[in-house]
Design a protein around this ligand. Structure first.
Ligand code: NCD
Length: 313
């Protein structure tokens, strides 16, 4: 198994052995966090390490769960919310210069969220060996979200292959759906159905990489209970208005009636935040897993920090 030095793209986790290690480590952390003694022991694991949290875009879950994950492992956290406003980017500094300067302070890891596609790769290219974690770059990737999504699927359904996965909402401008598909698309037994209006469904470029994946992909342009028939996973996403996706189509609001034909033991997921594309009436359906999914961000990000900084093997 190759030792990874940055978490930039989800394709770094295509090897089953590595993915299993992350999932197993996260399971161990999740179980251990329920015990005060074990939680205290975890606080020794990365004591003396420092995480820089550099967020140029709004975030609640990713930012807080990374900070909580670092705190749970005994790390110090230094960060800025709204780095676009409160860092020197506001004065016109390039990401490359920011990387060089921050690397000079010798943090153990830099977690970056940025509005530009490829920003994490750019930062890593100039971070002088300081590990970089991509916490979402533009409409490109969100690898740590995909890992916590797969962790949630594995924990709820006991498998990550042989699944019927329906993904809806804004597929073209969102990064979470893309990263999840890239990670689970390697299993030929998985079948994706992408449900969205034409303007937010997979564009030509995405359709061509989807066609090359071992998993099967179908497209639907209307939300009906029939389209969700036998789905093991229903993964809904919000319209990315800030990325030019338009207003969002009210006909794609997921309601309890749409879940009538999905697998009764399946799960409903959403990376959150939700706006109005997911009815709150679904919250009390036992299949709704989105709040648990968000909570899983802590143990999964602990596992990733440990993978990069600790003795993992
Ligand atoms: C997502 C993101 O930032 O891409 N949020 C998250 O990290 N859970 C989804 C979104 O903003 O729609």
């Amino acid at each position: 198994m190759e030792q990874i030095t940055n978490v930039l793209r989800v394709d770094q986790f295509l090897e089953d052995e590595l993915l299993n290690r992350v999932i197993e480590q996260a399971q161990e952390y999740k179980a251990g966090l329920a015990s005060p003694e074990q939680s205290l022991a975890f606080r020794e694991e990365l004591l003396g390490s420092t995480m820089f949290n550099l967020f140029y875009e709004p975030s609640t879950r990713t930012s807080f769960s990374f900070q909580m994950a670092a705190a749970n492992l005994g790390m110090d956290v230094i960060g800025t919310e709204s780095a676009g406003l409160f860092s020197s980017a506001a004065k016109g500094e390039t990401l490359r210069d920011t990387a060089t300067v921050l690397a000079g302070y010798k943090p153990s890891v830099i977690v970056l969220r940025h509005n530009q596609d490829g920003a994490a790769e750019e930062l890593a290219a100039h971070s002088q060996g300081v590990p970089v974690i991509n916490a979402g770059d533009g409409k490109n990737e969100h690898p740590t979200q995909a890992l916590l999504d797969v962790f949630t699927i594995q924990e709820s359904l006991g498998r990550r292959d042989n699944l019927r996965i329906v993904i809806g909402g804004d597929i073209a401008h969102g990064r979470t759906a893309k990263s999840l598909i890239k990670l689970l698309g390697k299993y030929s037994s998985n079948e994706f159905t992408l449900i969205a209006p034409q303007q937010t469904n997979a564009d030509k470029e995405m359709q061509s990489w989807l066609a090359k994946m071992p998993a099967t992909t179908k497209y639907a342009y209307r939300l009906t209970a029939k389209a969700l028939e036998n789905a093991d996973v229903v993964y809904w996403t919000r319209t990315q208005t800030e990325r030019g996706a338009g207003e969002g189509d009210k006909r794609f609001r997921l309601e309890p009636k749409h879940l009538s034909r999905m697998n009764p033991n399946g799960i409903v997921m959403h990376p959150l935040p939700r706006v109005n594309e997911l009815s709150e009436q679904i919250d009390c359906d036992p299949r709704a897993q989105y709040f648990e999914q968000a909570a899983n961000g802590v143990p999964v990000r602990m596992a990733l920090l440990k993978l990069l900084l600790g003795k993992f093997y």
